[in-house]
Design a protein around this ligand. Sequence first.
Ligand SMILES: *[C@@H]1O[C@H](CO)[C@@H](O)[C@H](O)[C@H]1NC(C)=O
Length: 392
Amino acid sequence: MASHVTNSIIGRYVLAIVIAMVVFLPNFTYAKKSKIIGLKMNVIDKCWRSDPEWRKHRPQLATCSIGYVGKMTNNIGEGLIHYKVTDPSDDPINPKYGTLRYGASVIQGKVWITFQRDMVIRLVRPLLISSFTTIDGRGVDIHIAHNACLMIFKATNIIIHGLRIHHCKPQAPGMVMGSNGKVMPLGQVDGDAIRLVTASKIWIDHNTLYNCQDGLLDVTRGSTDVTVSNNWFRFQDKVMLLGHDDGYIRDQNMKVTVVYNHFGPNCNQRMPRIRHGYAHVVNNMYLGWLQYAIGGSMEPSLKSEANLFIAPPSGSKEVTWRKGSRANGDKWEFHSVKDIFENGASFKTTKGGYVRKPNYTKDQAFNVADAKSVRSLISSSGALRCSKTSIC
Ligand SMILES: *[C@@H]1O[C@H](CO)[C@@H](O)[C@H](O)[C@H]1NC(C)=O
């Protein structure tokens, strides 16, 4: 009897403690949550975001890339110029010191570009980014929007990180500061957020891309060794094109890694659409599509691995699309390995054949995560919001 009374008193104490915990829960769960997110950071983010002093060590980012781009160590070290954008204006022919165009096109060699404050940059003409340039939007809110956008033309070793690029419009032919610091004529340009033309070793990480008149990312004309990671693509008809035209045979050598990206909501097609070449599409989240998610033509080769495909509630549940065969056959190799399908999503794989491995070198290799953890691996995709005081 006595012990029964004691037990019920203890019971009441326990109840009181539980109530107290519920009352103070907001703080408690917040602390716990951030710890959990910290633990589930993907390998790229873990490499720099866990450093609370990342602002002092910005070039560390260059060592964090994975996939076909390899490590970006050519962008840092001896001779690196630190350049700060202080002026959001743009003059395409005679750019002023302090503008983005001066840092990205005029300055040659290794340059690490940061921004003094939040900015909306309305480019008058496409921005031609020169080799060994890093554009680092971490810690500020940078929009490249409402007119011309980014272009990499015959250049290599470029990092684009932490930008919001949207409402890009087509551009008529005209003169523009070239990536070699000399004014040159540039032909008609479609309204893409980022367009690569004969570019190599390009890393596109943690950008938010949406609502452009043509596509969000075009990788064309012999471009290769590209990694597209941690980006958030949304509100777009044509999202990502790998290989621009059927006749461009040099794109057979194209190799692209698409990893930790968040596609959707409201993306219609091309995530990506691939011609020729090889793409390793891995650990991405697809939040619906309208026509299809992944498509191709001209003997493309694609390994879809450990992605999460969530079909739209109605309409097409099929992930893939293939351009109709020609008389002599238009071959493709589309393989799905360890993908997860929700809401009735399906993936038509190529019958027979074999799954081509990416054959990554030591600098390119990374561990593929279980598709079950994709939701958390992509949870901070897009341009990050980094507070002044804590980790990014
Ligand atoms: C990886 O190597 C194998 C064996 O040499 C080859 O068949 C395959 O095509 C290679 N993968 C790529 C993406 O080139």
